[in-house]
Design a protein around this ligand. Sequence first.
Ligand SMILES: NC(=O)c1ccc[n+]([C@@H]2O[C@H](COP(=O)([O-])OP(=O)(O)OC[C@H]3O[C@@H](n4cnc5c(N)ncnc54)[C@H](OP(=O)(O)O)[C@@H]3O)[C@@H](O)[C@H]2O)c1
Length: 302
Amino acid sequence: MTQPTNDTEVSIVGLGPMGSALAQAYLDKGRSLTVWNRTQGKADVLVSKGARRASTAGEAVAASPVTIVCVNDYPTVYQVFESVSAELRGRVLVNLTSGTPEEARTASAWADERGFGHLDGAIMVPPPLVGRPEAVFLYSGTRDVFDRSRHVLDDLGDPRYLGADPGLAVLFNTAMLEMMYTTVNGFLHAAALVGASGVPAAEFAELALGWFMPTVLDPEGLAEQAPNLDEGVYPGELGTMEMNMNALEHIVRTSSEQGVDTGQPRLLKDLAERAIARGHGSHNYFAVFEVFKADAGGRSAR
Ligand SMILES: NC(=O)c1ccc[n+]([C@@H]2O[C@H](COP(=O)([O-])OP(=O)(O)OC[C@H]3O[C@@H](n4cnc5c(N)ncnc54)[C@H](OP(=O)(O)O)[C@@H]3O)[C@@H](O)[C@H]2O)c1
């Protein structure tokens, strides 16, 4: 077993595009840093800039009180760290490898059994933005472990602690990714709809993104609805689900007329129909939330 040394402040295991960006951020901030990667050559540039090279993952762990792991997936995390869990004892492993909430919870239990601190994190920015103050990193797990690691987490950007359930960081990350894909798809389908009549996407974007999104779909307006979602209140005075069915029906028929794919509009119409079937015809469109929640199984994270 490698003897404890703790002679650098932080270690990074995994030097893909993201791990290398994390390491670079530490070098930029003047932190003492140890790095390890399966393919050793990927450490060369960082070592030439002042990082210390570990010859094994165990050596990297023993070099610092906090080790950050950023590899391709969870099976690799276990593959790399199972044999060095003795070196981790009394130290902290911050996992920035992407996965699912259950994978994060299982990893946390695995760390508990082996006597080391574990935080699970999710990186909300691409590698070039790592280290900037606006780069949000989400973390969840034991509060005390977060507080003890905070000084090194601050160097990577804007650390947000979400709670003790280790699955929360990746859950928030996944939820926001879903928002990203559905929002982008909304624009893409709408651009295809007008594009079928020869309108360039750039011309459509001027009105759709320049005016419609910020004015009609503004985040402040959506945020105002959030408390109603929590309370299950969907007042229909300004518009009902039944009225929205009319628009949804037109989107499906127009898509068909324009010869563009109807899958997405049909899904939207189907969701509204299911909300009406559940008794939300006279409520506003946000009652679709009840359809989404119905299949959730009600897992309570906090
Ligand atoms: N890149 C992004 O924009 C971004 C953004 C947010 C989150 N993330 C997450 O960050 C993590 C790392 O992403 P990445 O972009 O740096 O590249 P990646 O391709 O997901 O991961 C590459 C790293 O995994 C290591 N690895 C793969 N299999 C291994 C094994 N069997 N044993 C030991 N190491 C192994 C690679 O080592 P070798 O060099 O030896 O192959 C390399 O260090 C991922 O979970 C990703 O989802 C990435």
